[in-house]
Design a protein around this ligand. Structure first.
Ligand SMILES: Cc1cc2nc3c(=O)[nH]c(=O)nc-3n(C[C@H](O)[C@H](O)[C@H](O)COP(=O)(O)OP(=O)(O)OC[C@H]3O[C@@H](n4cnc5c(N)ncnc54)[C@H](O)[C@@H]3O)c2cc1C
Length: 411
């Protein structure tokens, strides 16, 4: 079947080994995902008098945060990371630790009376042909549901991006994605190469060396780096303020601030892009590295920066500069995909080049579909963006329902 052709029902999605479908049930609003985006949207809907059904494939809220590496703290300040209707506790530190985020999300769901159905993996979402609620949602357990509104809050970081490295078949060491990393303990006494210097790669390399593991980074492209704070002022707040200035001025000041505080790192193996951190975020959706100490370890020589990986060898890595170095483990901090097309096998979505939706609420044939938590181009962090998107989606759903009710009365 052609991607653009709506299919008559869900049979094509179902593998032959799946249980028979339950009779279809209907919900007015289905929210998929009980992470920050799903919980925030559900809370705003509840506040507006709706009763959304929240589904999550995990067994508890905040599953992503439960599985992140142990040392993780928010890079964004707690006052600009809270979801609508509930602040972080007064005694929480400015940068909330991972477990504090989990506790906050658990308390948030409780506060708003959100009781997700867990263990419910959505496998496909498609428009319905004919009468009834316009969206059908298929679950992995064979359940089939329909809804007037579907809020997709499955997260931008769903599927680990695993580039295939030449030489993987001969490499004798351990090759893993950063998603599997929890702490440095399993790497004690090993030489570890972290491939990629986004926020995750930078922080895992730091975690390794702080715990006595010999770690290096492989960085093939120029990287925008900003300190988490400059003279006590969080960079998150500076970026929000700079983004409100006329664009060329904001970009120029962001570049100046970066150059003055981080400087030229070429002799440490790091190139700085010509594009300002603010513009790179706005145009490419790429968050700068918010430095929490990695830079100091690079400058002091504790973390060596190598160029890109050319090939793995049996005992290590050959880099693009021709040098070969031994490594016992190669950890790919190469990011994630949202993998949304898999949820919509027959419905073309408005996605950007990185596979993220370019719309918050669908129009025309996509009316009733909403995507919360995928706009990575806003300054100030994704949690802040989620906190802004959730009430807008709740409002939009309310407006559409009022229109539908008026339409029914006038018939
Ligand atoms: C390491 C890391 C650090 C971050 N730090 C910050 C920070 O400091 N500040 C900030 O603002 N942002 C930060 N972010 C970005 C962002 O705020 C978080 O990723 C946040 O968890 C996004 O919330 P979400 O609800 O969109 O996605 P998630 O938290 O990933 O939640 C998605 C939920 O959907 C469920 N789900 C997925 N697919 C399905 C399916 N098919 N069926 C049913 N359920 C499904 C998952 O089980 C999950 O519970 C960070 C991200 C990462 C990865």
């Amino acid at each position: 079947m052609d991607q653009a052709t709506p299919h008559p029902h869900f049979e094509p999605f179902r593998g032959s080994n799946q249980a028979p479908l339950d009779p279809e049930s209907e919900a007015d609003i289905i929210v998929i995902g009980a992470g920050p985006a799903g919980l925030a949207t559900a809370a705003c809907l509840v506040q507006a008098g709706h009763s959304p059904l929240v589904l999550d494939r995990a067994n508890d809220v905040a599953s992503s945060w439960r599985h992140h590496y142990t040392r993780l703290h928010l890079h964004t300040v707690k006052t600009h990371s809270a979801l609508p209707g509930m602040d972080f506790p007064d005694d929480a530190p400015r940068y909330v630790p991972r477990q504090g985020v989990v506790d906050y999300l658990v308390a948030y769901a409780r506060r708003h009376g959100i009781e997700p159905e867990f263990g419910q993996t959505v496998t496909a979402i498609e428009p319905r042909q004919g009468p009834g609620a316009p969206w059908q949602v298929a679950l992995g357990n064979g359940r089939l549901m329909s809804a007037n509104h579907v809020v997709v809050a499955t997260g931008a970081n769903q599927r680990p991006r695993m580039p295939t490295l030449p030489g993987e078949d001969v490499y004798q060491g351990r090759l893993l994605h950063s998603r599997s990393y929890r702490n440095a303990a399993p790497f004690a006494g090993r030489r570890v190469l972290v491939v990629g210097m986004g926020n995750t790669g930078a922080e895992i390399a730091l975690d390794l060396v702080e715990n006595g593991v010999r770690a290096a980074l492989s960085v093939r492209s120029p990287v925008n780096i900003v300190h988490r704070e400059v003279m006590g002022r969080p960079s998150q707040l500076s970026s929000i303020q700079l983004s409100k200035l006329p664009t060329p001025l904001g970009d120029a000041l962001a570049t100046l601030l970066r150059n003055l505080t981080v400087g030229d790192l070429r002799r440490h193996g790091l190139r700085t892009p010509a594009i300002s951190p603010l513009r790179q975020l706005r145009e490419q959706g790429k968050t700068p590295v918010i430095d929490v100490g990695t830079l100091h370890r690079i400058v002091s020589g504790d973390i060596h920066v190598y160029p890109g990986v050319q090939t793995l060898t049996s005992g290590g890595v050959r880099f693009t500069d021709g040098t070969v170095h031994p490594f016992d483990a190669v950890l790919l901090a190469t990011g994630y995909d949202a993998a949304l097309s898999e949820l919509f096998p027959y419905t073309p979505l408005p996605l950007d080049g990185t596979g993220l939706p370019t719309t918050l609420s669908g129009e025309g044939p996509l009316e009733g579909l909403h995507f919360v938590g995928f706009d990575m181009r806003q300054p100030g962090g994704l949690l802040r963006t989620i906190a802004q998107q959730a009430p807008r989606v709740a409002e939009r759903i309310g407006q559409r329902q009022s229109r539908a009710a008026r339409g029914q009365r006038s018939v």
